[in-house]
Design a protein around this ligand. Structure first.
Ligand code: DSN
Length: 444
């Protein structure tokens, strides 16, 4: 007897435990608000490529120069992904193999400088990333980091911007081999040009970590560092709305260095199924609809920020120009920590993360801030009106955080709102309980 056609079966029927867990996660994503600034909902095409038979293939090396046989198709997949990335970002060279943004950053450091060299980057507690030199990251152990941060907060919101005077002073004094721009919790646009000028003045390489704004850059709503920075690293799963993974762009003359640093320098076999999914995402991001989506992401973040400010939260950096909103909880309630806020919001079906704010007196585990993002719910089709409601719901939960009745009430409001903006309104493979499909609005 032959197997039934793949499309007619639940591929995970043989493993009911994992099948049930996946169904639970789909249910969670469909019935709660996803406001983590580094998350998004991929298209079914990205999901299908991620779950493809390419996961079976070993492809160490690069197209045309693999160590194992049978890579004719993998070569075409990876070439397609590289070509699409180059076209999307108007870059000279792309490497699509990094498994994550962290690997891409480490590969860039390996390619450009030597262990022990000095790197000038943003401090973690000012909005930087672990791989920008945190002592708990391998980057902080291999290289000597000097850190810059943001300007002091001001009443009128004009502070908490990247302190370019400090970047320049530190660069002149410390003579770094590499200067890094890029953040994980910063709500303003980052102009790469002043960093380029400072790097040129002190003879440093310039790397831009575009993990967060990659999709905004692709859509042309954030200044592009491509052609300005020597190397641009990014993740494919945040505003770019692709599969979980990393990628790199660089000048043509650095291509060999970058490629060797990724493989064999840092990784073994590339994940060709993820690379196929990256290719899908690059093509999706090149469509005019994606530009419309990115514009809506910005408007939605601004609407969310305005609603939160109205409710009494101080906006770090006075507001937002990208997909991220960072709020200081102390202005709303001096006793409220990021940890407590994240936990109580989770119970109300509102998913976000605690985050340190500049000069936060509380530890990274406790924090005085919350970071929120508009990328995922914009994909689900929400607009400014819904983002205003979301801001009001957040305030309602946090104002009544001891009152289980109010938390339950908001949980029901969230469920009703999410039902109207379902990211996956049609059945997904392996998701027999999901009723729905990638939303018509904003999905594309
Ligand atoms: N964890 C990512 C973020 O949330 O920004 C950065 O790697």
């Amino acid at each position: 007897m032959s197997n039934p056609p793949l499309a007619s079966i639940d591929p995970l029927a043989s493993d009911p435990e994992v099948s049930a867990l996946l169904a639970d996660e789909i249910e969670r994503q469909r019935t709660t608000l996803q406001l983590i600034a580094s998350e998004n909902f991929t298209s079914p095409a990205v999901l299908a490529a991620s779950a493809s038979v390419l996961t079976n293939k070993y492809s160490e090396g690069y197209p045309g120069r693999r160590y194992y046989g049978g890579n004719a198709v993998a070569d075409r997949v990876e070439d397609l992904a590289r070509e699409r990335a180059v076209r999307l970002f108007a870059a000279e060279h792309a490497n699509v193999q990094p498994h994550a943004g962290a690997s891409a950053n480490l590969a860039a450091y390996q390619a450009l400088i030597e262990p022990g060299d000095t790197i000038l980057a943003m401090r973690l507690d000012q909005g930087g990333h672990l791989t920008h030199g945190s002592p708990v990251s391998i980057t902080g152990k291999l290289y000597r980091f000097v850190s810059y941060g943001v300007t002091p907060a001001t009443e009128d919101g004009s502070g908490e911007r990247i302190d370019l005077d400090l970047v320049r002073d530190l660069a002149r004094r410390e003579r770094p081999a590499l200067i890094v721009a890029g953040t994980t919790a910063y709500t303003r646009l980052i102009d790469p040009q002043p960093f380029r000028e400072i790097a040129d003045e002190v003879g440093a390489y310039f790397m831009f970590d575009a993990a967060h704004p990659a999709g905004l850059i692709a859509a042309g709503v954030h200044p592009s560092p491509v052609g300005v920075a020597d190397v641009v690293t990014f993740t494919t799963h945040k505003t770019l709305r692709g599969p979980r993974g990393g990628a790199m762009l660089c000048r043509g003359d650095l291509a060999k260095q970058i490629d060797s640093a990724v493989f064999p320098g840092l990784q073994g076999g590339p994940l060709e199924h993820a690379i196929a999914a990256k290719a899908v995402a690059f093509a999706e991001a090149a469509r005019p609809e994606f530009r419309t989506y990115a514009g809506q992401v910005l408007r939605n973040a601004a609407a969310l920020a305005a609603a939160l400010a109205e409710a009494g939260f101080r906006l770090v950096a006075g507001g937002t120009e990208n997909h991220t909103v960072l709020i200081d909880l102390r202005s709303f309630d001096a006793e409220l920590t990021g940890k407590i806020a994240q936990e109580v919001l989770d119970r109300a079906g509102i998913t976000c993360n605690r985050n340190q704010i500049p000069d936060d007196p509380r530890s990274p585990f406790v924090t005085s801030g919350l970071r929120l993002g508009s990328a995922a719910e914009t994909t689900a089709g929400m607009g400014e009106a819904e983002m205003t409601i979301v801001g009001e719901l957040i305030a309602k939960v946090l104002r009544n955080r001891q009152d289980e009745r109010v938390i339950d009430e908001v949980r029901e409001d969230v469920r009703a709102l999410c039902a109207k903006f379902d990211p996956y309104p049609t059945p997904l493979p392996g998701a027999p309980r999901a009723a729905g499909a990638y939303a018509a609005v904003g999905a594309n």
